[in-house]
Design a protein around this ligand. Structure first.
Ligand SMILES: NC(=O)c1ccc[n+]([C@@H]2O[C@H](COP(=O)([O-])OP(=O)(O)OC[C@H]3O[C@@H](n4cnc5c(N)ncnc54)[C@H](O)[C@@H]3O)[C@@H](O)[C@H]2O)c1
Length: 348
């Protein structure tokens, strides 16, 4: 049966892939986004778009109080005009966030206010408006481990940045909302989201871009200078850092599964492919997929970079999640196709 969802940050990279997956299966979706890093064109025409900031408590209350309203004048008027007597939201997916680790170390208070305070206010509003299910985009930046072993959900939490800590504060607020108010919640800790919609409808358009795969692709396409590789003297096979790249459509699929799993109780899942790839392996993959040479140079290590960060996604896999785009070349192929067909991203 069609369900009704609110997706904060649904104009962004990961959120827009979930919105599309929800619409593809016939659900009704409202996106709430201030378009700070997101794009109007990333919101499919079938979704309502409310352009608003999470800090606007009155607006959040109005949206939560009126599921299915068209929010005319804010963007697309889409499906979901249920009006009086409409059922409550079936769930809220919360993607909206600032997400630059480095920036958060220059402006920690901004991150604590924008991410943690706004996130906690959103949880409070959900409780007040009777929302029963909440799915949070959390992060691997909660962990401070440097080991070859895949990181499970119960690994020690020790965020090393204001960004990571802001997500941990929201996770803890969700625990209280669950314990005291019965809000079922899923904390989904992504490792490195990557790739693009295999059907070519969506892709990654961060400005500035900080993620490795689009940076390597742009270096190959000559759209930026040679790529800086931060250190090749780490204790890994080729000396460069290893990260866990998980396809953005696989992440969207994990959200669909998680929101249904909430019928049994709250969940915390780490989401990654479970197979790490080094920076040099990513460069080699882009060269294979594009038949282009990637210009790069080795520079000094960055402070705080762990040698290896790979997820154990055991819990999500037990619930039936299987990444279908686990192969690095598959991930790179979809990202490269998007970049070729959208050289200016969403064009805004
Ligand atoms: N991309 C990754 O690799 C990755 C990894 C781990 C966790 N995450 C988390 O996943 C979520 C989505 O990441 P993304 O890469 O899609 O980011 P993104 O920047 O593309 O999307 C975030 C969206 O939220 C909106 N937004 C931000 N602050 C807002 C506010 N105060 N009010 C309303 N809208 C606001 C932005 O305009 C944007 O559309 C974030 O919470 C991020 O921390 C992402």
């Amino acid at each position: 049966m069609s369900q009704r969802f609110l997706v904060t940050g649904g104009a962004g990279y990961v959120g827009s892939h979930l919105v599309t997956a929800l619409l593809d299966r016939g659900d009704q979706v409202t996106v709430l986004d201030n378009l700070r890093t997101g794009h109007r064109a990333a919101v499919p025409a079938g979704a309502n778009l409310v352009v608003a900031d999470l800090a606007d408590g009155d607006k959040i209350d109005a949206v939560l109080a009126n599921p299915g309203q068209g929010h005319a004048g804010q963007g697309h008027a889409g499906q979901g005009q249920a009006g009086q007597g409409a059922p409550a939201w079936d769930a809220v997916f919360h993607f909206a966030s600032l997400s630059q680790v480095g920036e958060s170390m220059r402006m920690p208070m901004r991150y604590l206010l924008d991410n943690a305070a706004n996130g906690i206010r959103l949880i409070d509003a959900c409780v007040r408006h009777g929302v029963g299910r909440f799915v949070l985009s959390s992060t691997a930046a909660l962990f401070n481990l440097d080991s070859d072993a895949p990181i499970p959900e119960d690994a020690p939490i020790d965020p090393q940045s204001a960004y990571g800590d802001s997500k941990w504060m929201i996770e803890r607020a969700l625990r209280w909302a669950g314990q005291v108010h019965g809000l079922r919640h899923a904390c989904l800790r992504y490792f490195n989201a990557a790739g693009a919609d295999p059907a070519g409808r969506l892709g990654e358009d961060h400005r500035p871009e900080s993620h490795l795969i689009p940076l390597v692709i742009d270096a190959a396409l000559g759209r930026r200078p040679a790529l800086d590789v931060y250190g090749d003297d780490y204790p890994t096979a080729d000396g460069t850092c290893i990260r866990d790249y998980v396809h953005v459509s696989d992440l969207a699929a994990a959200h669909l599964l998680a929101v249904e799993a909430l019928a049994q109780g709250s969940v915390v899942w780490n989401l990654g492919n479970g197979a790490g790839h080094s920076v040099k392996q990513v460069i080699a993959s882009v060269e294979r997929v594009s038949s282009l040479k990637v210009p790069y140079r080795i520079v000094a290590r960055r402070t705080g970079d762990a040698a290896v960060l790979v997820a154990s996604s055991h819990r999500a896999q037990q619930a039936g999640w299987r990444p279908v785009h686990g192969d690095l070349d598959d991930i790179v192929r979809t990202a490269f196709a998007w970049r070729q067909t959208h050289p200016d991203g969403y064009g805004d």
